[in-house]
Design a protein around this ligand. Structure first.
Ligand code: M6R
Length: 599
């Protein structure tokens, strides 16, 4: 999704901003732009890659203050005109913005009646024009800024350069992330920590409706524009984590990092012969006995991890669990009371729908727990408790290691609840979970097998994934990975559902991927595969059973509660190699963004 970087300091802002934007490239974007203050405000913007923008920046564009943006189109097509920064009619203000100004049409109409012109299709353009309108009235940039913030509604992270305020960046945030970093050579501001992590480890996190004025110092304001004090926090992430470390792509690197990600995730939570425990987080027996239901709310891959959590919790804890997509949950009037526990899973911790769902559940009386990979992300400030997944930075848009860590946490949580409620020890399952990283490495090391099959499959147009129980949850995630990065249409079905409709699509040569990891239902899925085979389908099997098929990926045998952690790996690698064979950019698939901060 859109990325923001700003810099006020001693060095040339152009280089800092371009570097910052490149650090955010992984998030996905379709145009980029930069504004530099040097006597005047100079703006350069282009459709397409940051390298394209770089080519257009004149050598004489230098200055110590600037703002920059990568845009992922929401209002208006990807184009040079719609790219940020946007200017007002008098070129007094340059603005970059993440989020959506919900009342932009109303503001635009109002300003048009006052004689102002608009040149883009974006909602963002109302911000500089509104600033200019208030500046004409009050002749004071700060008053204009605060009046503008009072008027706009929606989600925003905004940076402003003002002609009348040299060496200054104005900042505001509401429901879109924004961090400010203290560097040795200046002050940095960005929508995401990785953009500026190479310059600083000292961060201020703005809360919703807060704003700031950055010069050689930072003045913070609350929502009523009263000055406030904030404390910075040290981030101990290493920039190394954001390099490809010799791999061709981030996605491949992150697939290979999955065993160590799971070790980090479970570190300190699960130990041999000890009850499971979480840092800073407890659920007691009485509370569990009072629970009527559990909701798991998330989007995309995180929701698929939630489905694996449901399987584990319902099997081990015997409390009903509903898994709901966040964008549905927030509008479906969910049945929630004090006896409801709501878990929210989000790698980024910035997904707009998931955050809105946390707020709703909290308001309705539920206890809320966020499961996220990003320290201090917005969701951590909304939920009652946070459990970090500790997967390390995930840069590829298609989630792999974050998924494994999410599954690790929800299964550990299920075991924790079961131990607390039933007073039993689940040593066998815990040992299996701790042993998984070495099995995962074995499955990953079979890379060539998946690659060979990918060569045969790269020109396919449709694919089906089927499974039952937890295998169906794996099928859903495997199918999502394939469509995200290879653009091949694929669908996942519960194996038994095929003959209720989808089997009509099976033709000679159609590939059907079957997942069979549960002894109890293995033969059932197998007979569903026979049904499609007899209609000419090509079968691929991911299984821990001794089954004879042409294309079989054998994975080690473990409990069906944990099987997703192993069975997803062949599917991730198959999707990866198919996309590579098609010559696609696996890390930055078209139309997708790493974190979806708008509804
Ligand atoms: O940051 P989140 O976990 O909240 O993101 C949720 C989804 O947008 C995300 O999992 C998406 O489906 C990924 N691209 C999957 O690979």
């Amino acid at each position: 999704m859109c990325g923001i970087v700003g810099y006020v300091g001693k060095n040339n802002a152009v280089l800092k901003l371009i570097k910052g934007l490149k650090n955010l490239e992984y998030r996905g974007y379709d145009s980029a732009g930069i504004a530099i203050y040097n006597k005047n405000i100079e703006v350069v913007k282009e459709k397409g890659r940051i390298s394209h923008l770089e080519e257009e920046i004149p050598a004489n564009l230098v200055g110590n203050v600037g703002i920059a943006h990568t845009r992922w189109a929401t209002h208006g097509v990807p184009s040079k005109i719609n790219a940020h920064p946007h200017l007002d009619n008098h070129k007094r203000f340059a603005v970059v913005h993440n989020g959506i100004i919900e009342n932009y049409l109303e503001i635009k109409n109002f300003l048009e009646q006052k004689g102002y012109n608009f040149i883009s299709d974006t909602d963002t353009e109302v911000i500089p024009v509104l600033l200019d309108y208030y500046y004409e009235l009050h002749h004071d940039v700060l008053i204009a800024f605060q009046k503008m913030l009072k008027k706009i509604k929606g989600s925003y992270a905004i940076l402003v350069l003002a002609f009348d305020l040299p060496n200054t960046i104005l900042v505001a945030k509401n429901h879109s992330p924004m961090v400010i970093g203290l560097g040795y050579d200046g002050i940095y501001v960005a929508s995401d920590i990785p953009a500026i992590l190479e310059y600083t480890k000292d961060f201020y996190f703005l809360d919703d409706e807060e704003s700031a004025v950055i010069t050689d110092k930072i003045v913070f304001y609350n929502k009523d524009f009263e000055k406030i004090k904030k404390t910075s926090k040290k981030i101990d992430w290493e920039m190394d984590e954001t390099s490809k470390n010799g791999y061709e792509d981030y996605m491949l690197k992150e697939i290979h990092e999955q065993p160590s990600a799971l070790i980090q995730t479970l570190n300190g939570i699960i130990c041999k012969d000890k009850p499971i425990s979480f840092v800073n987080f407890k659920i007691d027996k009485k509370y569990l006995e009072s629970l009527r239901q559990i909701y798991i709310v998330a989007c995309g891959t995180a929701m698929h991890a939630g489905l694996v959590g449901k399987y584990a919790m319902e099997n081990l804890v015997r409390i009903p669990v509903s898994v709901v997509v966040a964008s549905e949950f927030r509008y479906q009037n969910p049945i929630i009371d004090n006896n409801t526990l709501c878990l929210f899973i989000s790698q980024s911790g910035e997904t707009a729908d998931t955050i809105a769902a946390v707020k709703l559940a909290k308001k309705m009386g539920a206890r809320t727990i966020a499961i996220t990979n990003v320290f201090e992300s917005s969701i951590t400030r909304e939920a009652d408790d946070t459990i970090y997944t500790h997967a390390g930075f995930e840069i590829a848009v298609a989630s792999t290691k974050a998924y494994i860590s999410q599954v690790g946490i929800v299964v550990a949580l299920a075991l924790y609840m079961a131990e607390t409620l039933n007073g039993l020890k689940y040593e066998a399952l815990k040992t299996e979970l701790m042993d998984l990283p070495k099995f995962m490495s074995d499955v990953i090391s079979n890379e060539n097998v998946y690659h060979k099959l990918a060569l045969k499959m790269k020109d396919e147009e449709h694919l089906f994934y089927i499974g039952r129980g937890n295998d169906y949850n794996i099928a859903l995630e495997g199918s999502l990975k394939l469509k995200e990065i290879s653009y091949i249409h694929s669908e996942a079905y519960p194996a038994g559902e095929l003959k209720h409709g989808p089997i009509a699509l099976i033709d000679k040569g159609t590939y059907v991927v079957g997942i069979i990891t549960d002894d109890k239902i293995a033969l059932k899925t197998l007979s569903n595969l026979e049904e499609v085979k007899s209609r000419g389908a090509n079968i691929i099997l991911v299984t821990n059973q001794k089954l004879k098929e042409e294309n079989v990926f054998i994975i080690p045998k473990i409990s069906s509660i944990l099987s997703p952690i192993l069975a997803i790996i062949p599917l991730q690698l198959l999707a990866y190699f198919i996309a590579k064979e098609k010559g696609l950019d696996v890390d930055k698939p078209r139309n997708l963004a790493k974190s979806v901060t708008v509804e």
